[in-house]
Ligand binder design. Sequence first.
Ligand code: NI
Length: 173
Amino acid sequence: MAVFPVRLFGDPVLRVKGAAVEEVNDGVRKLVDDLFETMAHAAGIGLAAPQIGVSKRVIVWQYEGERGALINGEVVERDGQVEDDEACLSLPGLTYPVARSRKVRVAGLDRDGKPVEIEAEDMVARILQHEIDHTDGILFIDHLEPDLQREAKRVLREQALAGAPGGPSTQRL
Ligand code: NI
C-alpha cells in the first residue's frame, strides 16, 4: 500500500471518464488499498481513483464507522433530494451547498469482484454520488448555479496564481 498525492483541480485526469474495470485482480485490489491509505492520510471521507491519477471506476469511502469500496459503481435508484455543504480534496478550500439525492441504491463490484448493491442515505449517499461523479470526470462545482461556479473557479485561479492551494475544508471527499 502507498499514499499518493491527491490530484488538484486543473489536472486533466480529473476530467476524464474512468475506464470500467474488466477484471478485479491483484492490481485492482492494490488500487483499492492505496485509495484507502491515501484517504486516511488526507483525513478524507471519500476518494476516487482519478484523484490519485488512475483513470478507473474505483471509489472508497469511510464515514462514522461505515467503510467501503466499490468498483464500476453506478447509481441505480434515487429517492428524495437534499442540499448540504460539500467539499473535495481535489478542490481545497472550497465549500458550497450541493443538491443531491437523499437516498441512493448503487450497484457495482466489491474488492473481491463480487456483485454488490448498497443502499445509503444522507451523508453516505452524498459521498457515493460525489465519488461516482469523479469516475465520470464530474466535479461537485459542476452542480452549482452558474454564478457560484464562476466564483468557485475565480477562487481556484487565485489559489493557483498564489502557488498555494486553499486550506482544508470541513468535508473532504
Ligand atoms: Ni471529491
